[in-house]
Design a protein around this ligand. Structure first.
Ligand SMILES: [Zn+2]
Length: 200
């Protein structure tokens, strides 16, 4: 199968069926874009990429090339092969949602990554029981010495990418985060591109 390149406009999401052994490139095609990313076992959305379990298995708060991220059942799901960005990929923040926008006094902000995920999974007839914490690729969240978590604008430049290997057959969902809270996308979300390269 030839590689597929899919542009995700800001505020939108796309789902991809990815075979075990395929390469995934999440490309910051316009620069400074945060990409909320989820992965689910292709046969059950009850098994999903888990930030908490990956932090526990890797004993790290943030992940780097060579790391294998795991599911909520500690099964390998994604291995980071290459990262051309400055390396900031938050694992701590919840996805933006109607409720979080209300909480931060930004009810006017629409759409949001959580609704994007819910809609996409519903359309695939795999509705979710709960919303996993996303892997916030290219999001620069910094932990200060006293434990405070601070948002900084993404440093990812145009063309920077994160390359992943799929360890199982999975459904990948990527949302080009539209949030302006914390200025995480350096002023203006611009969209991102996902490339899937099947190895077989
Ligand atoms: Zn978002």
């Amino acid at each position: 199968m030839p590689p597929t390149l899919t542009f995700i406009p800001p505020g939108e999401a796309r789902a991809f069926s990815v075979s075990k052994g395929a390469l995934i490139r999440i490309i910051n095609s316009e620069g400074h874009q945060v990409v909320d990313t989820w992965a689910f076992d292709s046969s059950s959305s009850n098994e999903f990429l888990s930030m908490a379990h990956s932090r526990s298995s890797l004993y790290r708060l943030f992940f780097k090339p060579g790391d294998t991220l795991v599911s909520n059942r500690f099964r390998p799901m994604l291995t980071i092969l290459k990262d051309t960005s400055p390396g900031y990929h938050d694992t701590l923040h919840a996805a933006c949602s109607l409720e979080s926008n209300r909480y931060y006094g930004a009810e006017h902000l629409r759409p949001n990554c959580q609704d994007n995920l819910k809609k996409i999974m519903h359309s695939r007839e795999t509705p979710l029981q709960a919303i996993p914490c996303p892997w916030n690729i290219f999001e620069r969240a910094v932990i200060l010495p006293d434990g405070e978590l601070k948002d900084e604008p993404s440093l990812a430049a145009t063309g920077d990418y994160l390359e992943l290997n799929a360890e199982i057959n999975l459904v990948l969902v990527c949302s080009a985060c539209p949030s302006l809270i914390g200025n995480i996308s350096s002023g203006r979300p611009r969209g991102a591109t996902v490339e899937i390269i099947n190895q077989q």
